[in-house]
Design a binder for this molecule. Structure first.
Ligand SMILES: C[S@@+](CC[C@H](N)C(=O)[O-])C[C@H]1O[C@@H](n2cnc3c(N)ncnc32)[C@H](O)[C@@H]1O
Ligand SMILES: Nc1nc2[nH]cc(C(=O)O)c2c(=O)[nH]1
Ligand code: SF4
Ligand SMILES: [Mg+2]
Length: 218
């Protein structure tokens, strides 16, 4: 059984694939926060901008089989040229994403991207892996396509990850979790300045912005 909070067709807003059309599959649940506000302050990850509790969002639900979920997601892709791309996110997608689902997504024609906090092992077959470390949570994945570090995090500073095996190194300014729809909230503006200064001083790192919030899409 796969539990999905919501699924939607949009443009990837972050990282090296920013601007690319994608079906987002947001899985329910995370291993670093319950998703309840009363637990936020005590959570390992305390700045999350996302509601991943339950299965009640748009196109969300419970899916008995990998095939059923893959077909559901395929139905959100338009009939038009271009390679279908799905981004598995959450919540923490690696709590649920298994090889059976990756195979079903491939059979449905999708290239498979994943957004993960890096604390859980990944099944084989992922086409694009984005790891976004959180605080002092141990990262068990050894490599990725892009490391996308939310900045600044006192317990997860870029120096700790400069030798992590990745094709791309991004800093993403931390946005206010309580104003998740505000593309340019004050906290994010000052964090954007800090991330900019860090990238200028450490050119291994590139700046990425949450483009979807700036342009006002999902
Ligand atoms: C909601 S998470 C879900 C996937 C996975 N649990 C993870 O943390 O990577 C999706 C992306 O949003 C980023 N994110 C979450 N809260 C954020 C915030 N307040 N500001 C900027 N990025 C944030 C995460 O770092 C991650 O790259
Ligand atoms: N447009 C858009 N791009 C995204 N990239 C990563 C997201 C996520 O929440 O995982 C996200 C999201 O929620 N929307
Ligand atoms: S950002 Fe990712 S790891 Fe952190 S609480 Fe949200 S879903 Fe979990
Ligand atoms: Mg998001």
């Amino acid at each position: 059984m796969y539990r999905v909070k919501e699924a939607f067709y949009t443009l990837q807003g972050e990282g090296a694939q920013a601007g690319r059309a994608a079906v987002f599959c947001r899985f329910s649940k995370c291993n670093l926060w319950t998703g309840r506000e009363k637990d936020r302050a005590g959570a390992v990850c305390n700045f999350c901008d996302t509601d991943f509790v339950g299965t009640d969002g748009q196109n969300g639900g419970k899916f008995e089989t990998a095939e059923a979920l893959a077909e559901h997601l395929r139905g959100l892709w338009p009939q038009a040229p271009g390679r279908p791309y799905v981004v598995c996110t959450g919540g923490e997608p690696l709590l649920q994403l298994d090889e059976a689902l990756i195979e079903a997504l491939h059979r449905a024609g999708f290239e498979v991207g994943v957004e993960t906090n890096g604390t859980l092992p990944a099944p084989a077959g992922i086409d694009w892996l984005c790891v976004s470390p959180k605080a002092d949570a141990p990262v068990v994945l050894a490599e990725c396509d892009e490391l996308k570090l939310v900045y600044p995090q006192p317990l997860a500073l870029p120096e700790r990850f400069q030798d992590f095996r990745a094709r791309h190194y991004f800093l993403s300014p931390m946005a206010s979790p309580t104003a998740p729809d505000a593309g340019v909230d004050a906290i994010k503006q000052s964090n954007t300045r800090k991330a900019t200064d860090y990238c200028l001083a450490h050119p291994q790192w590139r700046l990425t912005l949450q483009m979807h919030k700036i342009i006002g899409i999902d």
